[in-house]
Design a binder for this molecule. Structure first.
Ligand code: ATP
Length: 647
């Protein structure tokens, strides 16, 4: 009978494990299921997943955060996840098989333990013949342990590789998507936010994926498998034990929901304290000017004390929860021991089977407990993944699609000196991020080929905006920008930026690379001779010689020298492209007068024989222009040949 019972127990463990596994896998909606579970539970997870600044302080905030979490979870796509996992499908399948095997082997351990204990109990002495009867079951159990260790190693390492590949693939795809977005996209999304998508969110998504596959599969299989084993071994004892569980769960749920509410209040209070500190630290000059240091400290102390009081209550609650959990677990063990003792007395169980039963109870409880944080991880991972997937869905309005048929990659017609290279016709424009603020209100101007056009006007007049339309960072809301008589939209934006326009901005952006590499940026195929020629034209060749292998951090000593060098490199970089249209956006405005004199000389040389738009703020720049355009309030106030302007 004992052998039959053990075989039954072992089979029930496997079947139960299969059922647990099936339920886990079949609940493909587990993400939204867990979302609803947690929204019922009081939203502590929502607070955890929201960035600290968004911690809910009011019910309205809480529902806004919760809406955004639901939106993000909604963006999660199994199809996209599948496509990311496809190259590692074989590794993933092997990891899943190993993980399930580890769980099934684990639920067989009580069977082995019962055999070892029973054979030990039957020992009559310590001679070799007697010990040999224990060796068989012990070696079998050792085999199970060894096999379980082997598959555990396999699934953890395989899944680690799959997870890392998944994260790397997701990061690559996200970065590729970000780099193809138009400039308006970066007006809407701050760089800190995008970096957090690339790093933190991908990390959270990877961790959730790994725990859902490894911990989820394994613990679901183990929980139901162990319960199957327990019921098969002793239905009566199991009924006793299973009746006890709802009571424990009810108490746990009640206490858990109280703790979640308390945790939410403590987090909100801590956020309020942080807000007070943030305000004081960022407005430090005002705090000091009005002598409010003591008052700010009093305010902060009040908020911190309230947060600490809530945190202390939370700590007490968590302690109580932990103590009650221990009591409940020990209560189960004691119940099983007492009930099991009765069963042994009646001859329904052996001592070995009772020991194994206790191991099975602990496995079932531990596995069930391990399943519960998975829902939190799943929500966090799905929210993070949803945020990343939402970005992956972004499509730029101005798309660089090199080689797309129909787009011009040369001037539509040859333009000889003095003819219009660029013309703005009644252009109206508002930035997509602020559609109500009209920045250009019917601007018309002409840039003849081979001429230098200076654009001047007050700050905010829209001068830089004109250059942003010429580089096709944005398209006009109304009106047209014409290049060689054809709408700029009929040209390939990649060609416009690579070959047509060379932009020298006010704040040159240098990358952490050598000076050569910085000049070559935008035309990586340029030869050393071409780089040096461009550098010489921009009068930056002196720096090149001195810092042939240096990084940008060691350009020159002194702020003035550094700025001068950076501007010279930006000029060389723009010239290397040999652009048809050179745009100088207040390129010298941040320089001191000595540096400006040096750079201006370089610019004069660079501008020779080119079509140039120069946004000017100094008379010296305007003097060398052929035409001057004066802008104000998004309009062209005056446009004239310099000769007329001078009169
Ligand atoms: N990315 C943007 N999103 C929204 N508004 C913007 C953006 N860039 C500029 N603006 C606004 O557009 C208006 C015109 O800015 P623009 O930079 O073209 O002026 P500007 O004449 O070049 O001024 P400055 O000489 O100070 O650079 C300003 O009110 C500015 O605040």
């Amino acid at each position: 009978r004992r052998g039959v019972r053990l075989a039954l127990g072992s089979a029930a463990a496997v079947v139960g494990g299969g059922v647990g596994l099936g339920c886990y896998v079949a609940s493909s909606d587990w993400l939204s299921a867990s979302a609803s579970l947690f929204s019922l539970g009081g939203g502590v997870v929502r607070a955890e997943t929201a960035p600290p600044a968004e911690l809910a302080r009011t019910d309205e905030d809480a529902s806004a955060v919760s809406r955004s979490v639901d939106d993000d979870v909604g963006k999660f796509s199994w199809r996209l996840l599948g496509s990311l996992l496809l190259p590692d499908l074989h590794l993933l399948l092997a990891a899943v098989v190993a993980s399930v095997a580890a769980a099934l082997l684990n639920v067989q351990i009580p069977v082995g333990i019962s055999q070892v204990v029973d054979s030990v109990m039957r020992l009559q002495g310590a001679d070799w013949d007697q010990l040999k009867t224990v060796m068989g079951p012990a070696l079998r159990l050792l085999g199970v342990y060894a096999a379980q260790s082997g598959v555990t190693f396999a699934y953890i390492s395989l899944l680690g590789c799959v997870g890392e590949n998944l994260a790397a693939r997701l990061r690559r795809r996200l970065m590729a998507t970000l780099l193809t977005q138009d400039v308006a996209f970066f007006d809407r999304h701050r760089s800190a936010e995008l970096l957090s998508r690339l790093s933190g969110d991908v990390q959270d998504f990877k961790s959730a994926f790994k725990s859902a596959v490894s911990q989820g599969l394994r613990n679901a299989t183990q929980t139901v498998g162990s319960l199957g084993y327990l019921v098969a071994m002793s239905p009566r004892l199991s009924a006793f034990f299973l009746l006890y569980i709802p009571l424990v769960v009810a108490v746990g749920l009640g206490l858990g929901s109280m703790l979640r509410a308390l945790s939410k209040r403590a987090a909100a209070q801590q956020a309020a304290a942080n807000a007070v500190a943030h305000e004081a630290l960022t407005q430090m000059r005002s705090v000091k000017a009005f002598g409010m240091e003591a008052e700010e400290l009093r305010l902060y102390e009040g908020q911190v004390e309230e947060a600490a009081a809530l945190a202390r209550r939370l700590a007490l609650g968590i302690g109580l929860f932990q103590a009650l959990s221990n009591l409940a677990v020990n209560g189960v063990v004691l119940t099983v021991l007492c009930g099991g003792g009765v069963c042994i007395g009646r001859g329904e169980l052996t001592a070995g089977e009772l020991t194994a039963y206790l191991v099975g109870v602990q496995t079932a409880m531990r596995s069930a407990a391990n399943l519960s944080p998975l829902f939190g991880h799943a929500i966090k991972g799905a929210t993070a993944g949803g945020r990343v997937f939402r970005l992956l869905d972004s499509r730029p309005c101005i798309e660089i699609d090199r080689g797309r048929p129909g787009l011009l990659t040369e001037l539509a017609a040859p333009v000889s000196a003095g003819q219009d290279l660029v013309r703005l016709e009644n252009v109206r424009f508002a930035y997509p991020g602020r559609p109500d603020a009209v920045v250009l209100d019917g601007v018309s101007l002409t840039v003849p080929s081979g001429c230098v056009v200076a654009v001047c006007g007050r700050s905010g007049a829209g001068k830089s905006t004109v250059t942003q339309l010429l580089t096709r960072f944005y398209d006009p809301t109304d009106g047209r920008v014409l290049l060689a008589g054809r709408d700029l939209r009929s040209y390939d934006p990649g060609w416009v930026r690579d070959r047509l326009v060379g932009l020298i901005p006010q704040e040159p952006a240098l990358f952490c690379a050598t000076i050569r590499e910085n000049i070559r940026y935008g035309r990586p195929e340029a030869t050393d001779a071409e780089v040096e020629a461009a550098a010489r034209l921009a009068q930056a060749h002196k720096f090149i010689k001195a810092f042939r292998a240096a990084t940008t951090r060691t350009l020159a000593s002194g702020a003035g020298g550094q700025r001068r060098s950076e501007t010279a490199i930006a000029i060389a970089r723009a010239l290397l492209k040999d652009p048809k249209l050179l745009i100088l956006d207040e390129a010298t405005s941040a320089l001191d007068s000595e540096s400006e004199r040096l750079v201006q000389a370089a610019l004069q040389q660079a501008m020779q024989g080119r079509t140039v738009i120069v946004i000017a703020h100094r008379l010296s720049t305007i003097e060398s222009a052929d035409y001057v355009v004066v802008m104000g309030n998004g309009r062209v106030l005056e446009a004239s040949a310099l000769a007329i302007f001078r009169v």
